[in-house]
Write a protein that binds this ligand. Structure first.
Ligand SMILES: [Zn+2]
Length: 339
């Protein structure tokens, strides 16, 4: 055996035994953007046994400044993020079982993935998905680690079912920055600071060192030099619809699953088909070429540029319409070109 984990095993709270525990665990990361790539790399280097990483998007040039697993080649070829991430992660540690899922983290799927995992790491960019993760975590009894950042600000909190308040509990009292879409930009150190907090907590959970968990909501601004740690234990609410005595898991209900959404901080709309479909991208390419515009295809998606818009069609039927924030306009483009 090589000694790749020797320094981690010398760290006494982990040790050889903890290292083996980490190897026996499965972590689910929702999102493969800045937070997701940094978390994934840290866990893969630490020797996690299995990692599932989910993301609906492909690599773009504006990602390269902070999304640490991606290269210019990935952006040039519009490789789906999780595929590019898996390739890089496998180069880093070939012993880890890495499952890459190119999908939207919607309710049904999330529940299925979460049931198989020991821990969920939040690396998403939107409020809706976080509330679904929060409900799913309580329903299947798997902890999750909330993390968000915007500009130079970051925030993180660890949620353990049956022990800590959940995100719904604290949401009513604590204003959570970074939860909504923001175009304030982002700097890399804010990302890494959030990830450092998330992964430290993750390692404690994975080795079973529950007493060492932070138990506080932490937030900071690395530009303004502010660091706050808030005890939110008292906010656990017995009437909480997610973790209270009578639970309804409001974000898992059908009405709350939107089919179309304007993407966070971008001039883009995502449209999901109302029934599951599998697109034949090759046939679609031939069809679209005849309608004018520029068609580019890779094994995972097809990009169609026409006038000032670009439609990106995934195999699972999902379509990203770039060049608009207007859902009605996006839908009419969708129907015009894709039926
Ligand atoms: Zn709650």
């Amino acid at each position: 055996m090589n000694n790749r984990y020797s320094r981690q095993e010398l760290f006494s709270p982990i040790g050889k035994e903890g290292q083996q525990r980490i190897y026996n665990k499965h972590v689910l990361i929702i999102g493969a953007g800045a937070l997701g790539t940094a978390s994934a790399e840290a866990l893969v280097r630490a020797g996690i046994g299995k990692l599932t990483i989910v993301d609906r998007d492909y690599v773009e040039w504006s990602n390269l400044q902070r999304q640490q697993l991606y290269t210019e080649n990935d952006a040039h070829n519009r490789i789906p993020k999780v595929i590019a991430a898996k390739n890089r992660l496998t180069d880093i540690n070939s012993t880890v079982d890495i499952e890459a899922i190119i999908e939207d983290a919607s309710v049904l799927e999330l529940e299925t993935w979460a049931e198989k995992a020991n821990l969920i790491i939040d690396a998403t960019d939107n409020f809706e998905t976080r509330m679904i993760i929060n409900d799913v975590s309580q329903k299947v009894g798997v902890p999750w680690i909330y993390g968000a950042c915007v500009g130079s600000y970051g925030i993180s909190y660890t949620i353990i079912p049956e022990k800590t308040p959940c995100l719904s509990c604290i949401l009513e009292t604590v204003p959570l920055g970074g939860l909504t879409c923001d175009t304030a930009g982002i700097i890399n150190p804010a990302v890494n600071m959030v990830v450092s907090h998330q992964i430290s907590e993750a390692l404690k959970i994975l080795v079973g060192d529950w007493d060492s968990l932070r138990n506080k909501l932490v937030s900071f601004d690395v530009w303004k030099n502010q660091y706050t740690s808030i005890n939110v234990d008292k906010l656990k609410n017995e009437d909480c619809p997610t973790c209270g005595i009578k639970r309804s898991y409001p974000f898992l209900s059908f009405e709350n699953q939107t089919k179309s959404a304007v993407l966070c901080g971008r001039d883009s709309v995502q449209i999901r088909p109302s029934v599951p479909v599998v697109r034949n991208l090759e046939a679609l390419e031939n069809l679209l070429i005849n309608q004018g515009g520029i068609v580019q295809r890779n094994p995972y998606l097809l990009s169609y540029s026409v006038d000032t818009h670009r439609l990106v069609i995934f195999k699972d039927g999902r379509v990203l319409v770039h060049g608009t924030k207007d859902i009605t306009e996006a839908k009419s483009l969708y129907h015009k070109y894709l039926g």
